[in-house]
Design a protein around this ligand. Structure first.
Ligand SMILES: [Mn+2]
Length: 306
């Protein structure tokens, strides 16, 4: 029996890593040989979660050539492992917009939920597979991370219901308190260079001839980003030109005040057009904006399509 490798996107976040671990575990329980892996460096938030539940960091895959692959938490080609063309994708489980092509029939499961972890937890339940305390803890952490402790507009009632059930198994008494502890683990920018801040949680997009990239940092307050904003804008401009982006954007989200400061470099004034708000010095604050997927990517995609 050939091993199945379960992997999330490049620049892995907590949902990507924990979903890969939980889904590999699920496949094992169904009698399949599956290994959780990753294609990028673990961030401090995910490290906190893995340490908290005493779970090993998944294997780093440098190549997926000739491997059987399950993709979790992404389906866009720009976010898959580099040599994905040489792999055999057997299944996709995701909660992002569908932007996927396959020459062969495969299992493809997407749901508009706050985290891939919610979909995976539901699969355990539907198939009557029990959760260990560790797996429940990882899935709970992933839901709290992706929904920003239920504050992101991507949060659904199903995410909250599933999270509550998982918290019981994981023995987490105060879900919100634990959630903010998870989020705070990566909210410090101390010692980070502008480049690290922009590209730590970064996603690439292509719409027609337009190429744009969006990084996101989630912070408890915007003081630290304000100190570094000039340095970040200089770096955005430099990277956009060398990597040929039409738009390079850093979304600095204040998870306490629930809004985002956009720092960007753009070829033309796309941001003002897409978000109908006047920018100043390559910056604009957007109240209520917290989700890249639901509130940042769609207006830009619409603009670039028109
Ligand atoms: Mn996710």
């Amino acid at each position: 029996m050939k091993n199945i490798y379960v992997t999330g996107h490049k620049n892995p976040d907590t949902d990507t890593i924990c979903s890969a671990i939980a889904y590999a575990n699920y496949l094992n329980k169904k009698g399949k040989k599956a290994i959780a892996c990753r294609t990028g460096k673990i961030n401090p938030e995910t490290k906190f979660v893995l340490d908290y539940f005493k779970v090993k960091t998944p294997l780093l895959l440098s190549s997926v050539k000739d491997k059987k692959i399950v993709l979790v938490d992404h389906n866009e080609k720009t976010q898959t492992p580099n040599d994905i063309e040489k792999a055999e994708i057997v299944e996709v489980i995701d909660h992002h917009k569908v932007s996927f092509e396959s020459k062969l029939p495969i299992f493809f499961h997407t749901e508009p939920l706050g985290a891939t972890a919610t979909i995976i937890a539901k699969k355990y339940c539907q198939n009557k597979i029990s959760f260990s305390k560790k797996i429940a803890g990882l899935l709970l952490s992933a839901i709290l991370s992706d929904t920003v402790v239920f504050r992101s507009p991507t949060t659904t009632s199903e995410d909250i219901k599933v999270a509550k059930a998982l918290a019981k198994i994981a023995k987490i008494k105060n879900i919100k308190e634990f959630g903010f502890k998870v989020k705070k683990a990566k909210s410090s920018l101390k010692g980070l260079k502008a480049k690290d801040i922009i590209f730590a949680d970064f996603k690439d997009f292509k719409v027609g001839k337009f190429r744009f990239g969006i990084g996101q940092v989630e912070l408890c307050g915007l003081e630290e980003i304000n100190e570094k904003k000039q340095e970040i804008i200089i770096e955005l401009k430099k990277s956009a030109k060398s990597k040929k982006y039409d738009l390079l954007l850093l979304v600095a989200t204040d998870i306490m005040k629930m809004g985002s400061l956009f720092l960007f470099w753009e070829k033309e004034n796309y941001i003002e057009k897409a978000f109908s708000k006047k920018q100043k010095d390559n910056m604009v604050y957007l109240k209520g904006v917290m989700s890249r997927k639901k509130q940042v990517v769609p207006p830009l995609t619409k603009l670039f399509k028109s």
